[in-house]
Ligand binder design. Structure first.
Ligand code: AMP
Ligand code: ZN
Length: 470
């Protein structure tokens, strides 16, 4: 089955086919963080769904060329940097660095480029695009000296968000970057400098000012990926006004269709409620790490629900993530112990990795894919218990897991035994040889304190990770 994706624009599931005549390269643009604070776990739900998409496309042989912007100038970054009394660049740098560190912890693959809105080549591109729109009389300068996009000059305006403009009756203009459908109107492409902007401004043919948020993405996407992209992603809150505006600006400028497939993930809720600072249910990754959860556990908890369904994030879901990962770790360890140095038996192809990928082909159906993995775990554990699985078969299954893990990125990379654990293990082996059982038990507790469970088998002590790890 070819990859099927739900396109917000058409509201249909469509078979994915890239623009590239060779059918290989996929051009993807993902709206990146607005770097005015630490990204929250809702943001990371969006970035992780995009990571899953990229890895699935790659597992199916596509070469993904992905761009993610950094919104380092907009209403929010200016407001917060001024409140903090820190120059804009210095202020946003802190959050850009934190964003990359968090992505690393969550095992999110890096994009090919992270253009920043304030980079001179991007500002230049924004100015050029606005000039084109002014020449075509689709944009105009208002009395406030800012430049606005005339939405009634673009007949397709509202198609992505499925708005009925007759009913909404747009009127007036809107200066701020984010607003709801009720305030629809001509939106700002370039905002003339005012006092609130402080020392944040660029020269333009229309005087000092700064870009609107929407034109930033149109400029960076088309500059780095060309006029037409394959896939553009974000969370559902980006559909309107941000992505609607991106389409209008880009298509009016280039004369080409901007994006072929629009993908949006549903929101993350916390304990059934919208996440907000005032409700006290607002989490960054850092908050969860300081509670003792690991990046791998958070990754699992954030990817395990299909991206188009709301994700209800709870403390229980993190505990479940910990248990599910433990189950995967134990299974993999059993297979590795059994496989030893055996080569995989080519006749023992269970196709479970293929079934796993086929589930994901269906609009990234991760719940079906994980169900496939856990079914595999159940059946092979049973086969190992009943001594029906040989080393070469175990090695073949480990290969299947590696394919699945290319997409999931859930393997315990920290499963290497630390030297202090090894020293305790050696001491315990000696205690057992001397039949000093109380010493052996005391050492087992010490090993447990370092996050490992030790079991005594015929072949000797076997270790399993029980907490911590990556
Ligand atoms: P922002 O930094 O606000 O521009 O948002 C970055 C990304 O996170 C965008 O794709 C948003 O749509 C997405 N996003 C924001 N809040 C949530 C949420 N609660 N759940 C899922 N995605 C979100
Ligand atoms: Zn964007």
């Amino acid at each position: 089955m070819a990859i099927q994706l739900y396109n917000t624009y058409t509201r249909e599931i469509e078979t994915f086919k890239p623009l590239d005549p060779a059918g290989k390269v996929v051009k993807v643009y993902t709206c990146g963080p607005t770097v005015y604070s630490f990204a929250h776990i809702g943001n990371f739900r969006a970035y992780l769904f995009e990571d899953l998409l990229q890895r699935q496309l790659e597992a199916r042989g596509f070469r993904v060329h992905r761009v993610m912007n950094l919104t380092d100038v907009d209403d929010k970054t200016i407001r917060n940097s001024r409140e903090a009394g820190v120059p804009l660049h210095e202020f946003t740098k802190k959050y850009i660095d934190a964003y990359f560190a968090d992505c690393e912890v969550l095992r999110i693959k890096r994009a090919d480029a992270y253009p920043a809105a304030t980079a001179p080549e991007n500002i230049q591109r924004m100015i050029e695009m606005i000039e084109v729109l002014l020449k075509k009389d689709i944009a105009y300068q208002a009395e406030d000296r800012s430049i606005y996009f005339r939405i009634n000059r673009y007949p397709d305006y509202g198609k992505l968000a499925h708005l009925n403009l007759d009913e909404l009756r747009p009127s007036g203009r809107i200066q701020q970057d984010d607003y709801d459908k009720e305030s629809i109107g001509d939106f700002a492409l370039w905002k003339a400098w005012d006092e609130k902007d402080g020392d944040v401004w660029w020269d333009s043919p229309w005087g000092r000012g700064r870009p609107g948020w929407h034109i930033e993405c149109s400029a960076m996407a088309t500059r780095l990926l060309g006029d037409e992209l394959d896939i553009h992603c974000g969370g559902v809150d980006n559909i309107f006004p941000h992505h609607e505006a991106e389409i209008a600006q880009s298509e009016c400028c280039t004369g080409h269709r901007f994006v072929r497939y629009w993908l949006h993930c549903a929101h993350l809720l916390v304990e059934g409620q919208k996440m907000s600072k005032s409700l006290g249910n607002f989490y960054t990754l850092r908050d969860l790490l300081s509670q003792g959860f690991t990046g791998r556990q958070v990754r699992y908890a954030l990817i395990r629900v299909n991206y188009r369904l709301p994700l209800n994030f709870t403390q229980d879901s993190l505990v479940e993530a910990r248990q599910s990962l433990l189950r995967i770790d134990e299974w993999r360890q059993r297979l590795a112990d059994l496989a030893g140095s055996a080569s995989p038996d080519p006749r023992y192809a269970l196709d479970s990795a293929e079934r796993f990928l086929t589930a994901l082909d269906d609009d990234l159906n991760i719940s079906a894919a994980l169900a496939e993995l856990f079914e595999q775990i159940r059946t092979t554990n049973r086969a190992i218990d009943q001594k029906e699985l040989g080393p070469a078969q175990a090695a073949a299954l480990l290969r299947e897991w590696e394919t699945m893990n290319q997409v999931l990125q859930l393997q315990d990379e920290d499963a290497r035994i630390a030297p202090e654990v090894q020293a305790l293990l050696d001491a315990r082996a000696a205690a057992r040889r001397a039949k000093n059982w109380s010493e052996s038990d005391a050492l087992r507790d010490k090993i447990a304190g370092l996050g490992w469970m030790v079991k005594d088998t015929k072949e000797g002590q076997k270790l399993t990770r029980v907490s911590g790890g990556t």
